[in-house]
Design a protein around this ligand. Structure first.
Ligand SMILES: CC(=O)N[C@H]1[C@@H](OP(=O)(O)OP(=O)(O)OC[C@H]2O[C@@H](n3ccc(=O)[nH]c3=O)[C@H](O)[C@@H]2O)O[C@H](CO)[C@H](O)[C@@H]1O
Ligand SMILES: [Mn+2]
Length: 228
């Protein structure tokens, strides 16, 4: 996934939080593969060495734990707000402080127009990510969440605990950490819900109601980038 960093950072420099100070924290097990990109004054790139996990599902799941640990160790001293983002993404238009709030989630582009009973929430009651059939308002994407550092901390800690409990039972939620995220936001409402402009799937045709995308997926060859 290090191949996605260049485009992510170059487009972030054009569109993300322009005029504000920004720290980019890149989590990777391959620090030597992080390209050096010229950054604006007041912008910093910090590489955080992370363990290698055997499957893409575990890498994605473990983000909750890694982000939480790092909030405690350093982010809370260094920043006010955090956005936690997938790397296989690019910025395409302005993405600024209008997106900030105490706790922020984004509607998943695949389900913004879908009936609730089609949302891929975790449906097994044995899982900590379980969502009963009569619950849920939106289906959120796992590729972006954020907010005040303290709120993101609480959120990542709760998800991590749920993930570990599931692990002890030998199960993994339907969409890994995205399932735990969705469960959390049903019972702890985000103070801001971002529309599909802020999380768009660029491989899908744009519906007429979407005039522009701000943050969108980059196509990836699953076989080439994933170990499993
Ligand atoms: C658009 C969107 O909502 N995407 C979500 C979706 O699939 P995606 O297909 O977008 O998941 P993905 O393959 O992008 O993995 C999630 C993220 O984990 C990181 N990563 C993953 C594998 C790896 O070998 N190295 C690495 O760094 C990387 O930042 C990547 O962007 O479902 C996943 C469930 O687990 C996550 O919730 C994603 O956020
Ligand atoms: Mn992704």
């Amino acid at each position: 996934y290090t191949q996605f960093i260049k485009q992510f950072l170059e487009t972030a420099e054009k569109h993300f939080m322009k005029g504000y100070s920004v720290n980019y924290y890149i989590f990777t097990d391959k620090p030597e593969e992080v390209p050096s990109i010229p950054l604006q004054p007041g912008h910093n790139l910090i590489i955080i060495q992370s363990p290698k996990y055997p499957t893409w599902q575990e890498i994605s799941l473990r983000r909750m734990e890694i982000i939480g640990d790092n909030i405690k160790e350093r982010f809370q001293k260094e920043v006010d707000y955090l956005f936690c983002l997938d790397i296989d993404m690019q910025f395409q238009n302005h993405f600024g402080i209008e997106a900030l709030s105490e706790l922020v989630a984004a509607i998943h582009p695949g389900y913004y127009n879908a009936p609730r009973n089609s949302f891929p929430y975790e449906r097994r009651p044995i899982s900590e990510a379980y969502v009963p059939a009569d619950h849920g308002d939106f289906y959120y994407g796992g590729a972006i969440f954020g907010g005040l550092v303290s709120k993101v901390y609480e959120f990542t800690r709760t998800c991590k605990k749920g993930i570990l409990k599931d692990d002890a039972k030998g199960i993994q939620a339907a969409w890994q950490e995205e399932s735990h995220l969705n469960r959390y936001f049903i019972f702890n409402k985000p103070s801001k819900v971002l529309s599909i402009e802020y999380l768009w799937n660029d491989q899908a045709p744009k519906p007429p109601e979407l005039k522009l995308a701000r943050f969108a997926t980059v196509p990836k060859n699953h076989k080439a980038v994933r170990d499993n």
